[in-house]
Design a protein. Structure first.
Length: 644
């Protein structure tokens, strides 16, 4: 029921109104915007008389289901002014679909604005318009739903018949548009690429590394890809596509309307998933692909936001790639990580604790120098391996035997655990049979199954390791592999960083001082394990503890032995200095150091700096009133100078 007199214009001279023209997509053979406007003018000429009205047109493109379209909001604002006499549309769905259209009409009516849907027909100036409007909108919604359902049904059928080959990823050739799966072929060139790709991932490479490799090899990104360079995200997406094992999936995702009408992509219920076998398109054995996916899932699990938000799995993990030894080198005093940007200087690293006044190890080290010194030390170690003494070789042979025994024991343990989990699974399944589908039991079944899967993977890996080699590699073999690895990789490349993270453990910066005082100098202590290089993951084996100096040795240290020897044979300081080509004072310093070492009874001129009072003399920040030493929780390194 309307209280307004729609026969007179609000401004007293001319009727003013808005025409809404919408088309849903570019290629729809609907009337164009201009055609719609002409259609409205025809109706308005008939109703109000030519030249008796002003028409403003709001035209836009988009889906009528989207409620927050800027144009719709603009329309609402205009109507809300109450200045307009009418809103006209070809039908109400031009304005907005669903029941919102009715609400819109009601609000307009309350402001005395007439809403007309010519085709529906709805006209709010006619009593009882609500019935027509509600009916129209319901009809409209039902029509959309029906259409969606029909399209989905047809597509499902066609998918089952091997049709609907959508855009194919890299490595597949679709001979012509509309080709079926039968006609699609593998690109023979992609075989080698996918092989390298997957073996990189199996060797713990990141997606980004694979992407960089693909780019460096100029591998094309695929015909339907809009990007011409590979990215980590693309690599991940393609890796997870089961077509690589010869399966095509459909209906993994579906679209749902959010409250504001915008579509949202959600996981479809698993029963809607359609699977089609396309073995001729497989690049990998299904087992291998499944194993890789489980491995990747497992690897990424720790980076996911955990359900119970207690521990942030992202804590301490770099957001961007950090050059080695970033995210690896630690402070030997407090256990915290060494971070880039020590003392505000580029290329230097320092203890993260020292930065916030919780650690007294306030030295900074040059990242490039650490990388260089450590790498060359490892190279030296590796080259010296075959000449190791008899004891070491015997020990190595012993460990080889022990390693086999340990592997067998591990296999036995896995078998036992597998049997246990399988027993548990059977019990849960039996319980399911009795209780019907209980969600908690279902949950347990699921977790049991995934545990079994992981154990089986581990067993496979072990068997694979055992099967590949009867024994651990010989010394020559280790030397050859290590030498090649450490000589050929550039220190800056990521692969090198990943390698170092796998072979270097206990990687610490420790503060040292010469026995007779002087600056506090960093020494790098690390444990290198060569086992992973030769395909054995046992960390106890082939392990060496190393310690290297970063600072250039002072002269008193370099000539220490010579000076001591010559002075002890009765030569004068002046003569010693001349013979060695150094200053007389330096001979004096060397002798002072020697005497101090004798007093302390030490053979190594470097003495660890062990506490903050010692450090406070050299590091200003330790004297700051906010300073409070707090080692990382649970950090108790045997390499901590205190323990020496
Ligand atoms: Zn520290």
């Amino acid at each position: 029921m309307s209280f307004y007199d729609y026969t007179k214009p609000k401004n007293g001279t001319k009727f003013e109104g808005i025409g809404v023209a919408r088309i849903s997509g570019e290629n729809q053979d609907e009337k164009s915007w201009e055609d719609q406007e002409a259609f409205y003018r025809e109706w308005l000429d008939r109703t109000y008389g030519r030249d008796n009205y002003e028409l403003r047109v709001i035209a836009y493109q988009g889906s009528g289901q989207i409620l927050d379209h800027t144009e719709f909001l603009e329309l609402c604002d205009l109507v809300a002014t109450g200045d307009y006499d009418f809103v006209i549309a070809e039908d109400l769905s031009r304005i907005i679909r669903r029941l919102q259209a009715v609400i819109f009409c009601e609000e307009a009516e309350a402001l005395g604005t007439r809403v007309v849907g010519i085709g529906d027909p709805v006209d709010t100036s006619i009593e009882g318009w609500e019935y027509a409007a509600v009916f129209t909108s319901l009809k409209n919604k039902a029509f959309c739903k029906d259409t969606a359902r029909r399209i989905r049904r047809t597509l499902r059928n066609r998918f089952a018949n091997g049709e609907i080959v959508m855009c194919l990823q890299y490595g597949y050739i679709k001979p012509h548009p509309g080709a079926s799966d039968e006609e699609v072929q593998k690109d023979p060139e992609a075989d080698a690429v996918y092989e390298k790709w997957v073996s990189m991932l199996e060797d713990d490479a990141t997606y980004a590394e694979v992407a960089r490799w693909l780019n460096s090899e100029n591998v094309p990104t695929g015909k339907y890809c809009t990007e011409d360079k590979w990215t980590g995200a693309m690599v991940k997406r393609l890796t997870y596509n089961p077509i690589l094992k010869g399966e095509r999936h459909r209906n993994k995702k579906k679209v749902r309307r959010k409250q504001n009408g915008r579509p949202e992509c959600i996981n479809a219920p698993p029963e809607e998933l359609l699977v089609r076998q396309v073995p001729h398109l497989a690049f990998f054995e299904p087992d291998r692909w499944d194993r890789l996916i489980r491995k990747l899932d497992e690897r990424n699990k720790k980076y996911q936001r955990s359900k119970e938000r207690k521990n942030d799995p992202r804590a301490g993990v770099a957001r961007k790639r950090t050059r080695w030894p970033g995210q690896h080198l630690r402070c030997g005093v407090c256990g915290r990580i060494f971070v880039h940007g020590g003392h505000g200087r580029k290329g230097r690293m320092m203890c993260n604790g020292a930065r916030v006044y919780t650690c007294w190890n306030a030295m900074s080290v040059d990242a490039a120098q650490v990388a260089e010194v450590v790498t060359s030390d490892i190279r030296e170690l590796v080259r010296g391996l075959p000449s190791f003494d008899v004891h070491w070789v015997t020990e190595y042979e012993n460990q080889r035997a022990q390693f086999r025994a340990a592997q067998d024991a591990e296999l036995g343990r896995i078998e036992k655990e597998l049997a246990k989990e399988k027993g548990a699974l059977e019990n849960f399944l039996a319980a399911l049979g009795e209780l019907g589908s209980s969600p908690s039991v279902l949950q347990k079944v699921k977790s049991c199954e995934s545990k079994i899967q992981l154990l089986e993977d581990r067993r496979y890996q072990l068997e694979q390791d055992c099967g590949q080699r009867e024994e651990l590699p010989s010394l020559e073999e280790i030397t050859a592999v290590s030498d090649e690895t450490f000589s050929n990789l550039a220190v800056e490349c990521e692969e090198f960083g990943r390698l170092m993270k796998s072979v270097v453990t206990e990687f610490f910066v420790l503060p040292y001082q010469l026995a007779n005082g002087g600056h506090v100098q960093p020494r790098i202590a690390f444990r290198i394990c060569l086992a992973p290089l030769v395909g054995s993951s046992d960390m106890e084996l082939l392990q060496f503890d190393r310690i290297v100096d970063l600072a250039k040795k002072p002269k008193r240290l370099r000539f220490l032995n010579d000076v001591v020897r010559m002075v002890n044979t009765g030569e004068k300081h002046v003569d010693v200095a001349e013979k060695l080509g150094i200053f007389k004072t330096e001979v004096g310093y060397a002798m002072a150091l020697h005497r101090r070492m004798q007093e302390l009874g030490v053979a190594d001129p470097w003495i660890p700096v062990v506490d903050e009072s010692q450090a406070a003399r050299y590091f200003k920040r330790v004297r700051n009133s906010v300073f409070k030493f707090e080692p990382l929780e649970g950090f108790e390194s045997t390499r901590h100078p205190r323990a020496e």
